[in-house]
Design a protein. Sequence first.
Length: 280
Amino acid sequence: MSGSAMRRFQLKKYTIFKKYAAAGLLVAAAVLASGCDKLKARDNLNQGVNAFKSGSYSEAADRFKTAIALDPSFEVARLYLATAYVQQYIPGTETPENKKFATAAMDEFNNVLKADPKNLLATESMASLYYNMKDFKDAEEWNKKVVALDPKNKEAYYTLGVIAWTEFIQADREARLDEKMKLEDPPPLKDAKQREELKAKYWQTLTDGIEDEKHALAADPDYDNAMAYMNLLIRYRADLDDSKDQAAADVKDADNWVTKALEAQKKNAAKKAANPTGTQ
């Protein structure tokens, strides 16, 4: 995983944790009004949160498990526990111990979803885990569940577009290699038969990916990541075009998205510099 991708994943984990913290505040009054075990569960939750904030994720997980044992209906504790497991999961590391953290997190998120099938936080987290495990089929399925729950979720639409491009890139590179075409050679693919075979398999996937990025941009017109993948999806799909003129037009469109992405990056950087804490 690239450095920028890792930073995005770490930021997403922290963002999800903050959402759970907010959710925890909403149930505090109800928990405090309940019996002794529920009070103990709340106490263990608070201790787990403190351990989490200090980076002691294993200790935090133990506290959250104790809270759940005391109050099996404590949904927020399950969300916290799953997040503690996610925090210990390192994308791209294929060790049994690392996979165990991902599996444990998914088990807890699924427990939450059994009780609350429309829980957006758990659904987003499942989508993110599958994507970072490079299980793109399941990642696609779960990101579609996210947008069904939250039609303006730009990150889910963006990820769907990324998955569409990822599914095609290897096949396209192999086709160019077979046809002795360099990466910088203009589209489309020279071999009409091979082009048609790839078109039948990937054209709709790429087109759907472009539509997904359009949805992401409708939610956030300055979303430079979505613009970057508009460029890639359109540019790579041009290899499947029927004519050089059509492909040239698509390349021009892709170039325009590169320009838009760079302008949006500058605009977003200026916004961040003016408001580094992100407060309203």
